[in-house]
Design a protein around this ligand. Structure first.
Ligand code: CS2
Ligand code: MN
Length: 366
């Protein structure tokens, strides 16, 4: 398991590379050029800029999250080929810079959806919260405004500019049902996977968050069955998953350890996070600890260990602790605590497997 940590870039993140470097076992950053609009080709000089900054702190840039997919591709419009060409060139450039995994998602209009970015937990910390009833009774414009008011930094996927074309987008999706979205995804994969394969890149789709339809929009990367269908669309080793325990786990029907066992050879990137799901369909993000949420994170890590997982892993989101003012879900403290919890489970599994051998990762090197 290769631990990495999401970083939004200088001036766009309260966490510094120097801080990330001090979290035990973190090898690299998970990054993106957040100011390049979806559909545009990423400029090489900006890619190199990030690479140089990260490498100056001995962190690699092997995982990108995300290269966003233009809506015209998801809608299957005739203009999609132009955006797919740009996407292919971005893949080539990223490979040239040393990137190995590109995370992306195929969610119409919105990326993740929550109703409250600072919901208080019993211990006084705050976390991202989803209230079912509110979602069913709010219109999307109102929610975009609320989300943006609640965060000092622009949240990827919730850019205020979106408001301008939101109504048109919703209209456009009226003709796209789940089957049509599957077709559009297959078309996209058919074009980009050969390029990824050629350049040794793994394309890793992120599940829909939450894993069900919201605002009447189709969502398809939601369940074990659908992940299986996705992998079957294109059998290449470059057609992979980002398995996000928190996104999938918001639906209690989803058994995340089972998914890890079934798909392990196609999981390029593990997102590990816990979430507490309530009977009324609401959910809140919690600490990583198994006891604190509905997902048994010990079992999740155990499944990865059992399958000999050697891919990248990051703590997904964290709570906001100790008065930290940060990008919602992306503070330093709780994600760092999460990493230590994950290492604690992982190292003890490694240790018990190697019981009789000396564990050289524990040896002190001069
Ligand atoms: C992530 C997603 O920041 C987050 O909340 O879980 O936005 C994720 O980065 C994208 O869906 C991946 O494309
Ligand atoms: Mn995730």
């Amino acid at each position: 398991m290769r631990m990495v940590f999401r970083w939004f870039g200088e001036g766009n993140d309260t966490v510094t590379l120097e801080q990330i470097k001090q979290i035990p076992g973190v090898e690299g950053i998970v990054w993106a050029l957040h100011d390049v609009p979806a559909g545009e080709e990423w400029p090489m000089d900006k890619i190199i800029e990030v690479k140089e900054k990260a490498e100056a702190c001995s962190l690699n840039i092997e995982v990108v999250e995300s290269v966003n997919v233009h809506e015209d591709i998801k809608l299957g419009l005739s203009t999609r080929d132009h955006y797919i060409e740009n996407y292919k060139r971005t893949i080539e450039k990223l490979a040239q810079a040393g990137v190995k995994v590109i995370c992306y998602n195929f969610m119409p209009v919105f990326d993740w959806i929550r109703t409250d970015l600072h919901k208080e937990l019993e211990d006084g910390s705050t976390a991202l919260f989803y209230e079912k009833n509110k979602i069913e009774n709010i219109n999307p414009e109102e929610l975009v405004n609320e989300i943006n008011k609640d965060s000092a930094l622009t949240m990827p996927g919730w850019e205020p500019e979106r408001l301008e074309y939101l109504t048109n987008l919703f209209k456009a999706y009226k003709d796209v049902d789940e089957e049509q979205l599957w077709n559009n995804l297959e078309y996209f994969l058919e074009k980009i996977i050969p390029i990824a394969e050629q350049h040794g890149i793994k394309m890793a789709i992120h599940p829909d968050d939450p894993p069900w339809s919201v605002f009447g929009l189709p969502r398809i990367i939601t369940s074990q069955e659908n992940l299986r269908r996705f992998l079957g669309l294109n059998e290449s080793d470059s057609n992979c998953l980002t398995l996000c325990s928190g996104s999938l786990g918001a639906n209690l029907q989803n058994n995340v350890p089972d998914m890890i066992r079934e798909f392990s050879d196609r999981i390029a990137f593990a997102h590990i996070r816990n979430v507490r799901v309530y009977e009324n369909g609401n959910f809140i993000e919690t600490s990583h600890r198994a006891k604190d949420g509905s997902i048994d994170i010990c079992e999740v890590v155990k499944a990865y260990h059992e399958m000999g997982f050697e891919g990248y892993c990051r703590p997904d989101h964290g709570r906001h602790l100790w008065g930290e003012s940060c990008r919602p879900g992306y503070g330093l403290y709780d994600r760092a605590l999460g990493i230590m919890y994950l290492w604690g489970i992982w190292d003890s599994l490694v240790k018990s497997r190697k019981e009789s051998q000396s564990y050289d990762e524990f040896a002190i090197k001069s």
